[in-house]
Design a protein around this ligand. Sequence first.
Ligand code: NZQ
Ligand code: ZN
Length: 389
Amino acid sequence: MENFTFWTPTKYVFGRGVEMQAGALTASMLGRKVLMVYGGHSAEASGLLAKVRASLSEAGVEWKELGGVRPNPTDDKVREGIDMMRAEGLDSLLAVGGGSVIDTAKAIAAGVPYDGDFWDFFEGKAAIGDTLPLVVILTIPAAGSEGSGNAVITKIDGKVKISIRTEVALRPKFALMNPELTFTLPPYQTACGIVDMMAHIFERYFSDTPCVEITDRVAEGVLMAIIEEAPKVMENPTDYDARANIMWSGTLAHNGVCGTGRKEDWASHAMEHEISALYDVAHGAGLAVVFPAWMTFMAKNHPEKGAQLARRIWDVKEDDDHKAAMEGVMQLKKFFKKLGMPVTMDELGITEPDIDLLVEKLHEHKGNVIGGYYPLTPTETRIIYQLTI
Ligand code: NZQ
Ligand code: ZN
């Protein structure tokens, strides 16, 4: 096991009605003038925003609103938020939504105290220093941004989607998580979220670092819970306990606990980010296509961890590692399909993917070699993209 620091300062407040604590918790971190960030229409339509406004009023917190954040959030919205906060003298942020809203709020939180353009952080030209405090009300368990130190933003000009990772700076102060708020999720978004949280575990599970049985077992436990609970939320969207299990799984999948003590992979996420940047598909749906292809490649070239996963998660009885790993890929595809997810580019709605461009942009953004479990150069990433067709 490698040395590690595990630091997750976010305070998670979980359960029915917790969104009503938004005002008090914002006030508790000295937020007196908050920017409330949200997405398209779901939070307004469900009545959530009305409740949050009431909670802010009751706590004596002033606020301004920045709505209209779209999935695969873009840099223009971040700049709009930064300008608004500076002009209005706002001191803290409240994100109401999923990964797109939270990541927009995180980028604003880092951008306001910074003299230059916030995109410098994403291009690696500047390191994030001070950030404004952020409270999150999560409405979709998926990206895990409520517990991660990451943010993913797309620059409209050039369709560049970049993910940045900090140890602590971008982690929210509070994450309010009421599973009832996820009852309104359409099946497609629910399924995209389930795929994304599984992918966050896979990225950490596929590792060559030896002797991290504890982390393997934590990861397997969360995966097994997701596999058991997912059909329940798909069948009955208002099953509170199933929604609660899925919601907490999404956080544990990405707050770092499934990756302690070892090197992680992250090639599949990098490959998917190029797809959602270019074709504007849902991140989870893109991962449902990329991961089976990546795992198929690994079954041939480095099958050990895939074989272990197949035996432990899918109960595959097969001694040969390659065959066991391939059986695991088949089981995973079957599971994704049962959720209604695509497993090929065509099913994702991309009939003629521009693989040359995907490979070129991927390595332009991520360097010539990607992936911690198995190094992938343009030759290998091309093969994997081809396996998605
Ligand atoms: O905009 P509204 O109307 O709210 O609709 C949203 C949106 O269309 C809808 N939705 C959210 N909560 C709902 C709801 N609809 C009904 N009822 C509710 N309760 O769901 C749609 C998707 O929302 P979005 O925030 O885009 O989803 P998600 O949480 O999957 O976030 C995806 C983004 O996060 C990035 C992805 O790349 C993508 O840009 N990621 C961020 C990560 C991080 N910060 O750590 C890690 C991830 O790997 C990921 O890359
Ligand atoms: Zn993801």
